[in-house]
Design a protein around this ligand. Structure first.
Ligand code: S3P
Length: 171
């Protein structure tokens, strides 16, 4: 896998609650590569939390920052990068990931996602209204684009290490 990556990064995409950050951190350790969480990098660059960015600048500005951060992380590869759930939805960001990375869609079903997102309430897109309904709508709108990733790995597995093994075996 490391040989196949070369300068490219392994980029995890998928819905909030798919396990991108947890799996990414473990994957990086196993591969001996640096790990970056794109959301954390966006917060550092902006000096604000993600809810603050959404509230003060709006989603469009957030997506611009996200595009810049993802491009920078790809340039410094090989890295393991966990993206935010919407990164792969922005055409230019998706194109950059497809050019400079091997993308992996961590796929999970709605009940799994819902169970996991309930542990954190810092996601502006899920903050209003019924989280289950919002999540279902996002999944329905996004699935066909996540499917453009180089590889799809089932991340319903409770043990993140099993998912890590799977990615390494198949990437
Ligand atoms: C978003 C997902 C979040 C974060 C932002 C927007 C999305 O990341 O980037 O709140 O559009 O799905 P996670 O997937 O890590 O929750």
């Amino acid at each position: 896998l490391l040989a196949r990556l070369g300068q490219k990064s392994l980029v995890l995409v998928g819905m909030p609650g798919a396990g991108k950050s947890s799996v990414g951190r473990r994957l990086a350790k196993r591969l001996g590569l640096p790990f970056f969480d794109a959301d954390d990098e966006i917060e550092k660059a902006a000096g604000m939390t993600i809810p603050e960015i959404f509230a003060s600048r709006g989603e469009a500005e957030f997506r611009l920052g996200e595009k810049r951060v993802v491009a920078r992380l790809l340039q410094s590869g090989p890295n393991v990068v966990a993206t935010g759930g919407g990164a792969f939805m922005t055409e230019e960001t998706r194109a950059a990931i497809r050019a400079g990375g091997i993308s992996v869609w961590l796929r999970a079903d709605l009940p799994t996602l819902l169970r996991r997102v309930k542990k954190r309430n810092d996601r502006p897109l899920l903050a209003q209204g019924d989280a289950a309904e919002r999540l279902a709508a996002l999944l329905a709108a996004r699935e066909h684009l996540y499917a453009l990733a180089d590889l799809t790995v089932d991340s319903r597995e409770v043990l993140h290490d099993t998912v890590v093994d799977d990615v390494i075996a198949r990437a």
